[in-house]
Design a protein around this ligand. Sequence first.
Ligand SMILES: Nc1ncnc2c1ncn2[C@@H]1O[C@H](COP(=O)(O)OP(=O)(O)OP(=O)(O)O)[C@@H](O)[C@H]1O
Length: 579
Amino acid sequence: MQAVLSLKKYIKPYMVFAIIAPLMMVLEVGMDLVQPTIMQHIIDYGIAQDNTSYIIKMFGLTVLCAFLGLLGGAVCSIYASKTAVNFAADIRQDLYETITYFSNSNKDHFTLGKLITNITSDVEMLQRALTMLLKVFVRGPLTFLGAIVIVFLTARELFPILLVVVPILAFSIYFFTKISGKLFLKVQEAVDAVNTRVQENLAGIRVIKAYNRKDHQIDQFRSVNEKLMKRNITADQIIGILMPLTAFVVNMGIIAALWMGAFKVENESIEVGVIIAFINYLMMIMGGLMSSSNVLMQIARAVPSAKRIVAVLEEKPEITNSESPVKSSIKGTVEFENVHFAYNKQNEAVLKNISFKVNSGETIGIIGMTGSGKSTIVNLIPRMYDTDQGLIKIDGRPIYQYDLETLRGEIGFAPQKATLFSRTIEENVKYGNDEATTEDLIEALESSCAYEFVEKLDEQEQYLITQGATNLSGGQKQRLAMARAFIRKPAILILDDTTSAVDSISEKRIQRAITENFKESTKFIVSSKISSIRHADQILVLEDGCIVGQGTHEELLETNTTYQDIVSTQLVRGGTLHE
Ligand SMILES: Nc1ncnc2c1ncn2[C@@H]1O[C@H](COP(=O)(O)OP(=O)(O)OP(=O)(O)O)[C@@H](O)[C@H]1O
């Protein structure tokens, strides 16, 4: 409940709507409540006493009440949805912004599926609960209490029936609501399982086909789907029993009212109209109780969603600006001083005692076995993660002193996994620099050897990339990701294994373009191929998170056994490096 309450600030801007909606509902309920009494008067004083003008007058009053009730209901609905829709939109926006500001370490706390469910169905669940709350929460209890009070005031002879019927109704509804709350939680879990399975299957469709595991996946889906079906049936059946049960109790009340009423009408202690009004109020009491329980059920279902949303909203970005961040431009001398880093602070460090310096305009190559920590080193430069010990300096200043936007704005980063958006090639590349011209775009595409395939496409730069860039080859994706880093003309250029899927001729051309076009930039080239880094001014050889070799290609060839081993595995016949 604490989680739900912490979201109340999102209602504040729409407080006026949130107040008008229930007030209008009071009007509708008020009009509903007076109608059976008017009907009673029509029967007892109009029809029974043959008073036509009274009947017409009361009929007019009924129409007026019905109209006012309609107006109240309509205005309530409009304002309730206005509040709930805006409330949900603001939460969705905040969730998106919070996630966008997440550092990688924040993201590691949540799964992708959970974050998507958060922005979509969890927010939807809250929106529905709030609409219900504003529309029905007033209606249910007010109808229920109002009807009881009116019966007490106008039909006291039949009131004892309520003393029996109402507790039975209230208990049945409470009992069934409690059971169904638990059942719906189980349904929700089953829905989660179905969603996860669908998401995983669609993402892995190529692997599923390649390994002929379609039947296996279908069987797995069938099992989660059947579980969902069974839980839905159980929940529906329980809810299904409630309606006839309450109707039965109300019918018993009606029979009791008719039976008691018949005697009382005979001794003229009550009028016929009172019995009819009583029956109407009895129905209203049942309706009031049912709708209150529906709201409570909806709120109970929204609480887990609210908790999940609040957990994301309250996640503090782990990487933030210092108190007075430096916004001065960067030349690009990068220095690591005894840097230690672990993703999971309980586990062994992934980087141990890393120290090196690269001057602005130089190229540094980083090579090592899989998992040796190459990507981790370059991820620390734009502060995707912060170091645990040691310092990283740029132009002699610790990187945490720089304004994050300034720091990242000076870095062109092409990560190991090329990420492209479902937009055009132009939009994807210019994502690196909004102000880039068409000439800049072509230059970046040419430098990354992407232009040769882009110009062959019918739509050229306007070619639309599909979701997940499934309409591009691995090498084409890498070239576009590099073009995005190039178009920034950054002070520090980081290419994390971006030529693993690029052919060796294109790779040489890319290397030449980098040397010619990025003379001023400091270049970090991460690769497991000697050919990608051999011309660097300095090469780091990594092993298990430690630097085990540092120098030029020639120096390392002479002195470093790990480097020699890597080179020997990449030699082609004749003793030359495969390039
Ligand atoms: N987000 C993460 N959370 C936890 N551990 C991680 C994370 N990313 C990487 N690691 C671990 O850190 C170690 C170094 O990973 P890193 O990606 O830096 O290696 P790498 O040398 O770039 O490997 P590769 O050549 O395969 O890209 C590995 O053991 C890896 O499992």
